[in-house]
Every structure is written in structure tokens, then in C-alpha cells.
Design a binder for this molecule. Structure first.
Ligand SMILES: [Zn+2]
Ligand SMILES: [Zn+2]
Length: 240
């Protein structure tokens, strides 16, 4: 049976330093889990143990298609300050297909709710950043209504991160924040994207927990970018 959600734009390989599968294993895992497309989005250089900028310069050596899965290049950038500064230069990220930016404890300390909100909105204004990763992290509370409005205006999409809903994860805080984000996105008619944030290939395309949340709020399929490669590319891969 064909899967309803057929792409995963947030996958890590051994290059991230704390993930455990190669690109080949990720591609094979994606094929086994019914994905048509994945993006390889390793952590950018400021994450302790991750790879250097050269990794991101050389991604074009990877085949465009492996095991019938389209492979896109990408990165998960670290947001470094309230102005939305990130840890790769524009000339590097503009060549990548999928650019995620996220708040990570080793790279930026949580600020006040107002400052976190400003930080996220400033990041979204960067024309090369297309996804704000795992916004449900309780350590970085923000004004959900303001950030969803910024998502609508900047076309930087909010991610519903499946790994964040695992109780073993440091970001875990239950589903309430994500449900609130979904309700606001539905109200403002703003698209979202699922991300597995897989750090092992068997987890690629696993959206089981975030799927339940979209069902709970009756979130429309046409606003979930994982349902269509065409819609995904139009929104995430093309120039803003
Ligand atoms: Zn990671
Ligand atoms: Zn992350």
C-alpha cells in the first residue's frame, strides 16, 4: 500500500557525530519505510562532534537517487544568537536543497519568552532557511501566534518533530505545545512539515506520534508538506 506521507526532510548520518547510520543505510532504510524522497540534514559545525563546512560543500558527490529514493542535500543549522545568526555562510547554504535551523542547548542558551520569539522570527527572515526545526522544545518557550504569523509571512515552515515526542528525548514535554502550534497553523492556514529527525536509519519516515496529533486537531492534509513531493519542492526547495 502506498503511504500517505512519502518524504522525510530531517535525517542524520554518522557525520553528525551522535547518529549511527551511513547515507547508504539511510537511503535503504527510507526505501524500506516507503519514502520517495529524503533530505540528508546533518548538524552544522557548531554542534559538538559534528562535521566541518567541507561536508556541506561536497554533498553533490552523493547520487540523486538510491534504491528508488530521491536524495536531497541539506543541513540542520544551529541558531547562535537573537539576531538569527547561523553557523554556515550564505554561500554554502544557498547551494543546499533543504535548510533547517534549530535551537540547540550546546549552541544557544534559552532566553526570555520575548527574546526567544524575536530570535525565531529573525531566523525565519533569512531567505535560505526554509524550516524551523523542533519548535516544541519546552526550554525555548515562544509566542506561538506571533511565530505562526511569521511562518505565514516568511514561508519558513514549522516542523512537527516526531523525535521530540519520545519521552527519552531531552526536548520531551508532552504534546501540548505542538497541539497549540497545529491549531494556530490550521486557523491561519499555514503549512507544516513532519520530520522524523532520525539518528538511525530504521527511524526514517517514522511520523507515528505527530500523525496522531494532526488527527486530533483535524489538521488538513493539504497543509502537510509530506503528502506531496511536488508541494514540498515548491515550498521548501525553490527560492523564497
Ligand atoms: Zn542530533
Ligand atoms: Zn535538532
Amino acid at each position: 500500500m502506498k503511504r500517505k506521507y512519502i518524504l522525510d526532510a530531517h535525517c542524520h548520518t554518522v557525520s553528525s557525530g551522535h547518529a549511527y547510520s551511513t547515507v547508504t543505510e539511510c537511503a535503504r532504510g527510507a526505501a524500506e519505510n516507503g519514502m520517495e524522497l529524503i533530505a540528508i540534514t546533518d548538524h552544522a559545525p557548531k554542534m559538538p562532534g559534528s562535521c566541518s563546512y567541507l561536508h556541506f560543500m561536497n554533498l553533490n558527490v552523493i547520487p540523486d537517487n538510491m534504491f528508488g529514493v530521491e536524495i536531497l542535500s541539506g543541513v540542520e543549522l544551529n541558531i547562535l544568537d537573537i539576531n538569527g545568526k547561523v553557523d554556515l555562510p550564505e554561500k554554502t547554504i544557498k547551494k543546499l536543497d533543504v535548510v533547517i535551523a534549530s535551537l540547540h542547548i550546546p549552541c544557544i542558551k534559552p532566553m526570555s519568552l520575548e527574546e526567544n520569539t524575536q530570535c525565531i522570527i529573525n531566523t525565519m527572515k533569512n531567505p535560505y532557511i526554509k524550516i524551523f526545526g523542533h519548535p516544541g522544545d519546552p526550554r525555548y518557550p515562544f509566542d506561538i501566534k506571533a511565530v505562526v504569523s511569521a511562518s505565514r509571512d516568511t514561508k519558513t515552515v514549522l516542523e512537527l518533530n516526531n523525535t521530540s515526542l519520545s519521552p527519552q528525548n531531552g526536548r520531551y514535554d508532552g504534546p501540548d505545545t505542538m497541539l497549540e502550534i497545529l491549531r494556530e497553523c490550521k486557523k491561519q492556514c499555514v503549512p507544516i512539515i513532519f520530520g522524523s529527525d532520525a539518528h538511525f536509519h530504521t527511524n526514517i519516515g517514522n511520523f507515528s506520534d505527530v500523525e496522531k496529533l494532526t488527527e486530533e486537531v483535524g489538521f488538513p492534509d493539504e497543509l502537510i508538506l509530506n503528502t506531496s513531493v511536488e508541494l514540498f519542492k515548491k515550498t521548501i526547495v525553490s527560492e523564497k
